[in-house]
Write a protein that binds this ligand. Structure first.
Ligand SMILES: Cc1cc2nc3c(=O)[nH]c(=O)nc-3n(C[C@H](O)[C@H](O)[C@H](O)COP(=O)(O)OP(=O)(O)OC[C@H]3O[C@@H](n4cnc5c(N)ncnc54)[C@H](O)[C@@H]3O)c2cc1C
Length: 413
């Protein structure tokens, strides 16, 4: 069977590796920072199946200017990075056209419909169960009008996905989550959301399985070369490693390999921040989204994580942890018992495309190479589904429903 390499050992790379092993490949995962704190380690841990709407929607044009005025708000732009981000931002604006939004939504729906089942199957492949809790999630709103507007969209999505949503008043929301003692106007409960075990634990467990069943190479890849009899992965230390097939799953850093392979992609980072409290004094019964402020709080077994927001910036720009503090401050309005100090702050890089669709597909001229990156806000949710599709594609199966995720949509290199 094929000797296949995956560049990147984040959640997407691990999911591809497990599926390829299942299909009989000899698998090597090449990861430059196996103990690191990538996006796959610090995310909010939510299986966000209801989120089938792309970020680029016409209504963004109404909210974005207001948000951009607040340097610590839900959406910020590092202005000195504007020249580097401009091509992505222009594509983002073009993606807001109603026909494109509708197409992105149905493409995401296709992936989301199997997200939970794929995760359960992947867990079984890795010998892991009980890692996803059926919690649902609560979204709270500052005005009843905002809740009612959101409810109609959530209801429409729930009909497509077959889950339930409920409109709640403040009393009922507090009955379900007593810590919400601050002021708000109402809430929506959506049972389509689920909560993973602590993301660091999940990733380390998957990497542990791969250590036993595959080869994990601790190296930074500097380039990828196409040869007649295989694909050569070149490491920064100068090693040349030949493989039959490869999958590129290096998050935001995938774009350098796309260029090596003569193709083009618009991929930038939506950076997010959070704070994690271990053994927190506050208990939440399920994740809570503070929708109008662009962040969420997720309860894990022994931790509470508060974070989110979007900062458009170059991946290597210095972190601004004032954003994490701003979210804690805002949350205390709703959950006054949240401690002021004591948590651990983190910044992560969501690898994002302008149309909110991940790149999942083969190189248009070389079926030995697969791409799997650009999952933005949904990489944990869609990891197992991506792994299943990529393994099928590398084994020569075709799926026309994956056409919207092709790298060809970005044009020639
Ligand atoms: C604040 C925040 C909250 C989030 N919450 C959620 C959530 O609740 N639910 C959800 O579904 N998603 C969530 N996400 C998104 C999710 O975390 C990402 O989409 C996902 O982790 C991306 O995974 P990845 O494997 O593509 O990338 P990464 O996790 O970035 O992994 C890429 C890996 O490639 C390696 N690599 C890169 N270059 C090289 C090289 N040259 N050589 C070798 N190795 C290399 C890196 O070291 C890294 O380990 C959140 C993200 C953030 C920032």
């Amino acid at each position: 069977m094929a000797n296949t390499a995956i560049i990147g050992g984040g959640i997407i790379g691990c999911a591809i590796a497990l599926h390829l092993l299942e299909n009989g490949h000899t698998v090597t995962v090449i990861e430059r920072d196996a103990g690191g704190l990538s996006a796959s380690v610090g995310n909010a841990g939510i299986l966000a199946a209801p989120e089938i709407d792309p970020l680029a929607r016409p209504e963004m044009l109404l909210s974005a200017p207001k948000w951009l005025l607040d340097p610590l708000g839900p959406l910020s732009l590092r202005w000195q990075d504007l020249p580097a981000l401009t091509p992505w931002l222009l594509r983002f604006l073009l993606s807001m056209r109603p026909a494109r939004t509708a197409a992105a939504r149905s493409a995401l729906l296709y992936l989301m419909k199997t997200a939970e089942a794929d995760h359960l199957k992947m867990g079984a492949m890795a010998g892991i169960s009980g890692h996803i809790r059926r919690t649902g999630a609560l979204t709270i709103f500052d005005t009843a009008a905002a809740r009612d507007k959101a409810f109609s969209g959530d209801e429409a999505n729930a009909r497509l996905l077959g889950n339930n949503v409920e409109k709640l008043d403040v009393t009922e929301a507090r009955r379900r989550i007593p810590a919400l003692r601050g002021d708000f106007a109402g809430a929506i409960f959506n049972d389509g959301y689920q909560t993973f075990e602590y993301p660091l634990t999940l990733l380390r467990r998957l990497q542990g399985v791969l250590r036993e069943r595959a080869t994990l190479v601790d190296a930074a890849v500097s380039s990828v070369e196409q040869a007649r009899d295989g694909i050569v992965v070149v490491t920064e230390a100068g090693k040349r490693l030949p493989f039959d097939r490869i999958a590129i799953a290096s998050g935001i850093w995938s774009r350098r390999f796309v260029a090596d392979l003569g193709l083009k992609v618009h991929l930038e980072t939506e950076r997010g921040y959070n704070t994690t409290f271990v053994d927190p004094a506050v208990t939440l019964e399920m994740p809570v989204f503070f929708a109008e402020h662009g962040f969420a709080a997720t309860p894990f077994e022994k931790a509470l994580r508060i974070g989110g927001a979007v900062e458009l910036a170059r991946p290597e720009a210095p972190a601004n942890y004032a954003r994490a503090a701003a979210m804690r401050r805002r949350m205390r309005r709703y959950v006054p018992d949240l401690p002021e100090e004591g948590g651990t702050e983190w910044m992560g890089r969501r690898p994002s495309t302008p149309d909110s669709l991940p790149v999942i597909g083969l190189h248009p001229r070389d079926p030995r190479i697969a791409f799997a990156f650009g999952h933005g806000h949904l990489g944990l949710t869609l990891a197992a589904t991506t792994g299943r599709h990529v393994a099928r594609l590398l084994d020569g199966e075709n799926d026309t429903a994956l056409a919207p995720f092709s790298i060809s949509r970005f044009g020639a290199g």
